[in-house]
Design a protein around this ligand. Structure first.
Ligand code: ADP
Ligand code: ADP
Length: 230
């Protein structure tokens, strides 16, 4: 079955109908790509999923829960976490401090132990075994910071992790680390929504792809067996 169900999302900005009825589902453990040209409505869908924009119409369900469309908190949004293009990790703080900030955002500081052991496990799970908890983020590469964002989303018990063009500014080597982390997020049972312009990574990484055009979903299809004429 599906873990995430998006139904009939609509969003206009003035007379611009940015999204005019987007529906799709994501299964647990699935890597689902969201594709389409510039202006197709991808970012607006992501913003509605992450709580940065309130839809004019439509619903988002995670499991049996209907998401509170006005809340931005991961926990109150059924565990929807966004790894943004503009990184929200703080370069002047250490790795541990950044992960702690994630816990504070999730309002968990008093409810669960924010231990170094837990942070260590989170880092290991995204392939950052070589990074120290006391290292400042400014000492790390941009790819590693991206992975810390992913670790932080996992630490917030995300059930849907959204990555908005996570490799747009990364080298091929750094991108490969992100792919590995994304695969392990999915293997842990999360649903993953992966927004991308790069056809190659979409075909290599994702199980299904939803294609948007002019604010509408024009297709959702399994990637296995897709052949692309060059
Ligand atoms: P991308 O395709 O990489 O998401 P866009 O150029 O579509 O980039 O959008 C970048 C940002 O600018 C987004 O936050 C979007 O909401 C905003 N934006 C896009 N188009 C407009 C517009 N016509 N007026 C105001 N803001 C816009
Ligand atoms: P994509 O991410 O696929 O490039 P967007 O969701 O950013 O597409 O944009 C969809 C449409 O909505 C575009 O026509 C864009 O210009 C418009 N749009 C997006 N954000 C805004 C905004 N904040 N204000 C006005 N128009 C916007």
């Amino acid at each position: 079955g599906e873990l995430v169900r998006v139904d009939g999302l609509v969003k206009s900005y003035g007379s611009t109908r940015a999204v005019r009825g987007a529906s799709f589902g994501i299964a647990p453990g699935e890597i689902h790509a969201l594709c389409g040209h510039n202006g197709a409505g991808k970012s607006t869908v992501v913003k509605m999923l992450s709580g940065q924009e309130v839809p004019d119409d439509g619903t988002i369900r995670v499991g049996a829960e209907v998401v509170d469309l006005r809340s931005r908190r991961v926990a109150q949004r059924g565990g929807i976490a966004l790894v943004d293009q503009e990184l929200s990790v703080v370069p002047t703080l250490t790795v541990a401090e950044n992960l702690l900030l994630g816990d504070i955002k999730a309002s968990w500081v008093n409810r669960r132990r924010t231990s170094g052991v837990r942070f260590r496990t989170l880092l290991d799970s995204v392939g950052l075994g070589h990074v120290g908890l006391d290292q400042r983020l400014s000492e790390l590469g941009i790819g590693e910071r991206q992975l810390i964002e992913i670790a932080r989303a996992l630490g917030q018990d995300a059930r849907l992790v959204i990555l908005d063009e996570p490799t747009a500014t990364l080298s091929d080597v750094e991108s490969a680390y992100v792919y590995t982390a994304v695969r392990s997020v999915a293997a842990a049972g999360c649903a993953v929504l992966f927004v991308s312009h790069r056809l190659g990574e979409v075909l290599d990484l994702s199980d299904r792809v939803t294609v948007m055009r002019d604010g509408a979903v024009v297709a959702t299809t399994p990637v296995a067996g897709l052949t692309i004429d060059s």
